[in-house]
Design a protein around this ligand. Structure first.
Ligand SMILES: NC(=O)c1ccc[n+]([C@@H]2O[C@H](COP(=O)([O-])OP(=O)(O)OC[C@H]3O[C@@H](n4cnc5c(N)ncnc54)[C@H](O)[C@@H]3O)[C@@H](O)[C@H]2O)c1
Length: 336
């Protein structure tokens, strides 16, 4: 049985990944320090998968050797753990420059010590900065306009150096906007306040929160930013393909975008949620723009198709439907 370590296992994308990998017969060890993660998804994973799933509460910046020692050997590490709120990164750069590169560095060093040299890393389209052309491919210049994106670029570079100097194999995924919950609505997104548009629009359609536009006016047809919304299960399935690819390939060191290849504006997404839920909700605009945001970010996903044979299977409708179940069951997300 293939054994993987998932960091950030109590978070949104990591908990859904753990469920997916375990469902597909992987043995999973999770690590999280609950900085933004939750205990309940970990309990559910323990209830569902018993011995196949093990969890350690630990900070990735601390000594990880005892965990690697007691687990003997991982086939690969899937590294989701990070601080990842753009606005917060502009207010608290120390937190982001401290956590994201240092956690990655300490993890890689420990992996090296225990001869675990395969890693899948969660990066972000935020490091491209303002698009010079769309769709953005992986060769697009990196020019982050926020601290979060910069801290992820630093982590990417650390991984690349470990690839070059210490013979690590890696797949770095640059995610575009991640959306949705598991189809059964058991695992989903919980950040308060949420910065995720689709999640906020669905919550608003259920009367859980008032809805505020917080976009900065840009040069797009309807004046709202255009983003590429990829379903969280599609995204995590790409990670499973990446682990498989790492185990089958002698040498692989790749950076790969994950998106849908198509974009929707903020206004379009809001209209889509209203159309699918049949509920009209009051839309208020905020005159306070979010800091450090680019006008249009849409992925080229040709590389993901070519290298992994991956294509998104789910639509924005699927994401909205899964979110409706998730938020009906968990109006406030997970409880702390
Ligand atoms: N959600 C998105 O739209 C999106 C987009 C692009 C990239 N990403 C990346 O995907 C990954 C997961 O994002 P998410 O949305 O699930 O965020 P999340 O905040 O829900 O999950 C991150 C998890 O990592 C844990 N963590 C953070 N620092 C840690 C540390 N030092 N030690 C141990 N655990 C730590 C947190 O407690 C949390 O459970 C992140 O790396 C993020 O940068 C997310």
């Amino acid at each position: 049985m293939v054994k993987i370590l998932i960091t950030g296992c109590a978070g949104y994308i990591g908990s859904i990944a753990a469920d997916l990998f375990l469902k597909n017969n992987y043995q999973v060890v999770g690590i999280d320090n609950f900085q933004t993660g939750y205990k309940r998804p970990i309990e559910i994973l323990q209830e569902r998968y018993k011995d196949k799933f093990k969890f350690y509460e630990a900070d990735l910046k601390s000594d990880l050797s005892p965990i690697f020692e007691s687990e003997v050997a991982f086939d690969a590490v899937v590294h989701y753990a990070a601080s990842c709120v753009v606005d917060e990164s502009m207010k608290n750069p120390y937190k982001y420059f401290n956590n994201n590169p240092n956690s990655t560095l300490n993890l890689l060093e420990t992996m090296d010590k225990f001869s675990v040299k395969k890693i899948v890393f969660s990066s972000t389209c935020a490091l491209y900065g303002e698009a010079q052309y769309v769709p953005l491919d992986e060769k697009h210049p990196t020019n982050p306009n926020n601290v979060y994106g910069e801290s992820k670029l630093m982590a990417e570079k650390i991984i690349q150096w470990y690839g070059q100097l210490k013979d690590f194999n890696y797949i770095i995924f640059r995610y575009f906007n991640v959306s949705g919950a598991t189809e059964d609505g058991v695992f989903g997104y919980s950040k308060h306040p949420s910065t995720h548009l689709t999640e906020n629009a669905v919550k608003s359609s259920l009367g859980i929160v008032p809805f505020y536009f917080t976009y900065q006016k840009t040069e797009t047809p309807d004046g709202s930013p255009i983003r590429d919304y990829v379903n969280v299960l599609d995204l995590d399935e790409a990670h499973m393909l990446a682990v498989k690819k790492l185990s089958e390939t002698q040498r692989i060191k790749e950076i790969i975008n994950l998106g849908t290849g198509t974009g929707n504006s903020v206004v379009e997404i809001v209209n889509k949620v209203q159309e699918l839920t049949g509920k009209k909700f009051e839309v208020k605009t905020s005159d306070k723009p979010r800091e450090g945001e680019a006008p249009k970010l849409v992925a080229s996903i040709d590389k993901a198709k070519k290298i992994l044979g991956w294509e998104p299977k789910r639509t924005i409708e699927d994401s909205v439907k899964s979110l409706l179940i998730w938020y009906k069951n968990h109006p406030q997300g997970w409880e702390k």
